[in-house]
Write a protein that binds this ligand. Structure first.
Ligand SMILES: NC(=O)c1ccc[n+]([C@@H]2O[C@H](COP(=O)([O-])OP(=O)(O)OC[C@H]3O[C@@H](n4cnc5c(N)ncnc54)[C@H](O)[C@@H]3O)[C@@H](O)[C@H]2O)c1
Length: 438
């Protein structure tokens, strides 16, 4: 491939050198003439293990050169990677001035180019940025239409400084966001010798993925540190705890618990988070992250409540009452909390849960209903049809297998609010189908 790389900072230098090392013809572009001169002399403008040797080899073999001339770079290449900085402004918002400027410059250079050119956004940008900033700037300055004269894809970078070359060779995945197949193939061709699964998605998902990953990484660091601070006070070896914690790849380091949906509940999670927090308070250990877990969970219940109340309807049916399908445990079920809040707002409720029926309940769970929520027990129905027939809004609260068909059977004049993302296509549902956070 003939590829130009705009912005010769950490990402740009590593990308330019690595693609040149893979045999592609690379032209690096930067507004900083010193960086350009440095690369042309085979020297790295940044400190990164192994980069200077690779840059030197590629420059001397003629596979990598750098320039300040955008038009020259666009003329000589078919694909352009935008790797300019997207720093924070003082208020935390994203400063897109470099990205907008480089998009305008590339757009101007595209005006005189006949061949289809693919512009790849490699800088980290929030969802919507490619459509609201990059594509308009390219169209405005080139006089061409996106998808016609030029293409655009989003290809976030997952390298870590200090191990950037190794990360480039073996990233967790190669992510390409695009809206046109031709734009994807131009981008994917660059990665033929990279050992990583290729994930093709939309531009917006690719943009959001990068932020989701980085926020997750930041969260992991802070979580481990808070556990560590508490362990130290409790005279427990935090490293041993976290080593063992990381060996559980079923629940701890896995996709489990990572599906956007409703609040958690049940007899363990809320109780144990509270107890840990209380002990930390007793020991004067600050846990700013962990102490926000229960408030965040409560906010998700409020989110569901708001969504139901916003419909303005007064006849609501709840499918699922226990905190997860296949159990009759109602202790701290967020659906119970939601039901009580709805009743408090004057909504009339009907509830169905196969596992929670007064006739079948015994022991602790029957006791809980009778003593703690007797006013809700009278709202329990024996069949799904009883709930659906008389409701204007149906709220799905757990993943019981029978709920998918029930939702597909809902009438067109009903609203379904799904808190758990049932395994159905929303487009197959006749009712007005809404997800809590999708
Ligand atoms: N640094 C990392 O480890 C890393 C990792 C993944 C993603 N990212 C993202 O990649 C992007 C680039 O990060 P970075 O750390 O390489 O930035 P950087 O600040 O090190 O480099 C940016 C370069 O762009 C150049 N530039 C600015 N305007 C230009 C223009 N109009 N034309 C050509 N060059 C121009 C600057 O002179 C500079 O050399 C950011 O969005 C960042 O969030 C960074």
């Amino acid at each position: 491939m003939r590829v130009s790389v705009f912005g010769l900072g950490y990402v740009g230098c590593v990308s330019a050198a690595s693609f040149a090392g893979d045999g592609h013809d690379v032209v690096g572009v930067d507004v900083n003439a010193d960086k350009v001169a440095s690369i042309n002399a085979g020297c790295s403008p940044i400190v990164e293990p192994g980069l200077e040797d690779l840059l030197g080899d590629c420059a001397s073999q003629g596979r990598l050169r750098a320039t300040t001339d955008t038009a020259d770079a666009i003329r000589s290449t078919d694909v352009s990677l935008l790797c300019v900085g997207t720093p924070s402004r003082k208020n935390g918002s994203l400063d897109l001035q470099y990205l907008e400027r480089v998009s305008e410059e590339v757009g101007r250079a595209l005006r005189d180019k006949q061949d289809y050119h693919v512009v790849v956004v490699r800088s980290t940008v929030l969802p919507g940025t490619t459509h609201s900033v990059v594509i308009p700037a390219l169209e405005r300055e080139s006089g061409k239409k996106y998808g016609d004269g030029f293409g655009v894809s989003v290809n976030p970078e997952f390298l870590r400084e200090g191990t950037a070359l190794k990360d480039f060779r073996k990233p967790p995945l190669t992510l390409v966001g695009h809206n046109h197949a031709a734009d994807a193939s131009g981008t994917i061709a660059l990665y033929q010798s990279i050992d990583a699964p290729l994930v093709s998605t939309s531009i917006r998902v690719a943009e959001m993925m990068k932020y989701t990953s980085n926020t997750w990484h930041a969260l992991k660091v802070v979580f481990a540190n808070e556990i560590g601070n508490l362990c130290k006070k409790l005279d427990v070896d935090s490293h041993e705890v976290m080593d063992i914690f990381c060996r559980d790849e079923k629940l701890n380091l896995s996709p489990y618990y990572l599906k956007p949906g409703f609040a958690f509940g049940g007899s363990c999670l809320p109780k144990d988070v509270r107890a840990l927090q209380y002990r930390a308070k007793e020991m004067d250990v600050e846990l700013p992250l962990i102490s926000q877990i229960l408030p965040s969970n409560k906010a998700q219940i409020q989110q569901a409540l708001d969504q139901v109340l916003e419909t303005g309807k007064k006849q609501v049916g709840l499918l699922g009452f226990s905190f997860k399908a296949g159990t009759d445990d109602l202790r701290e079920s967020p659906i119970v909390i939601l039901a009580e809040a709805l009743l408090g707002k004057g909504v009339s409720l009907k509830i169905y849960d196969k596992n929670v029926s007064m006739a079948k309940l015994v022991g602790a769970n029957k006791d809980y209903i009778v003593k703690q929520i007797p006013h809700l027990s009278s709202l329990l129905c024996n069949t799904i049809a009883e709930v659906i027939d008389g409701s204007e809004v149906i709220v799905v609260g757990n993943q019981a297998p029978e709920f998918a068909q029930a939702v597909m059977d809902c009438r067109a004049d009903q609203i379904v609010i799904d808190l758990v993302r049932l395994p159905i296509y929303g487009s197959l549902v006749k009712a007005d189908y809404r997800g809590i956070c999708w």
